[in-house]
Ligand binder design. Structure first.
Ligand code: SAM
Ligand code: SF4
Length: 266
């Protein structure tokens, strides 16, 4: 499906939960998060219906993100259902890796094609600081489990944050080179300030070539990460909300005062 600016939209990113087992400083506010009420969190049946509808409009690439997708119960079953839908050529998931040691193999068996793991430093102490308490050893075990399970390619998302340095990013790149992992680097963004740049080694942040729509963990289509517009599938119905989001895709992102990264999916 083409949007108003003749961009081919074929990619849907779905935030399956706003909950997370980490509290990264650049993702969640210091004062804590106002969680979406349980009743408002998008249900798996809704996700399946959304994806079925999106496929009919040319979406062939789906990524599950969050919050942390692996903390949501039944995620393996959801992947299996999505993998069984005809029309999805690329089924991916973005995770912080903390629970990946136990999930990598079941996810691969369920039909997940590939995975992105976030890692901004390989320094255990800095990681703990940045994530407000995360244990990097679990991420390393998760990466190893993903390699063993045959998920390929494995991409590492590395954000140059206010708390990390170019040297940290460089060390993550070397770690990736040494371990057969692809590395995508990005500079910390601010939704409120509308500051973003192109993802090196990835496809994000390049408005002219943007191919994506988003679905938030409270069931709203978003035309852009940097936009306050949102179209509620429960109020409008899935098809109408999808088409309104497509039609509202801005030529260029501006600002977003309504979301945090954890409920829009990063
Ligand atoms: N919890 C999972 C994870 O961390 O990979 C998935 C959700 S997270 C919101 C998705 C991506 O957004 C991660 O790669 C994370 O580093 C990135 N992200 C979060 N806040 C960001 C920010 N302020 N600037 C740039 N990237 C950010
Ligand atoms: Fe959680 Fe991912 Fe946000 Fe970190 S970046 S707090 S892991 S959702």
């Amino acid at each position: 499906m083409l949007d108003k600016f003749n961009r081919k939209i074929n990619y849907l990113r779905i935030s399956v939960t706003d909950r997370c087992n980490l509290r990264c400083r650049y993702c969640m506010p210091v004062e804590g998060v106002h969680w979406i009420e349980h009743a408002s969190v998008i249900r798996y049946e809704e996700i399946i219906e959304v994806v079925k509808t999106a496929i009919t409009y040319g979406i062939n690439k789906v990524r599950l993100t969050g919050g942390e997708p692996l903390v949501r119960k039944g995620i393996v079953e959801l992947i299996a259902e999505l993998a069984s839908l005809k029309g999805i050529q690329d089924l991916a998931l973005t995770t912080n890796g903390i629970l990946l040691e136990q999930f990598a193999e079941p996810l691969a068996k369920a039909g997940l094609h590939r995975i992105n793991i976030s890692l901004d430093t390989i320094d255990a102490q800095k990681f703990e600081y940045l994530t407000r308490g995360g244990n990097i050893k679990q991420v390393f075990k998760g990466i190893y489990a993903a390699q063993k399970s045959g998920l390929s390619p494995i991409k590492i998302n590395c954000v140059l944050t206010k708390s990390t340095t170019i040297e940290d990013t460089q060390a993550v790149k070397e770690f990736c080179n040494d371990n057969g992992l692809e590395c995508r680097t990005i500079t910390e963004m601010s939704l409120e300030e509308g500051s973003f740049s192109i993802v090196n080694g990835g496809t994000g942040g390049d408005c002219q070539h943007c191919n994506r729509l988003r679905l938030t963990s409270d069931a709203k289509f978003k035309p852009c990460l940097f936009s306050d517009l949102a179209f509620d599938i429960r109020e409008l119905g899935i098809e109408k909300a999808f088409l309104m989001a497509l039609n509202a895709k801005p030529e260029k992102g501006t600002k977003n005062h309504t979301n945090y990264f954890n409920n829009i999916g990063g």
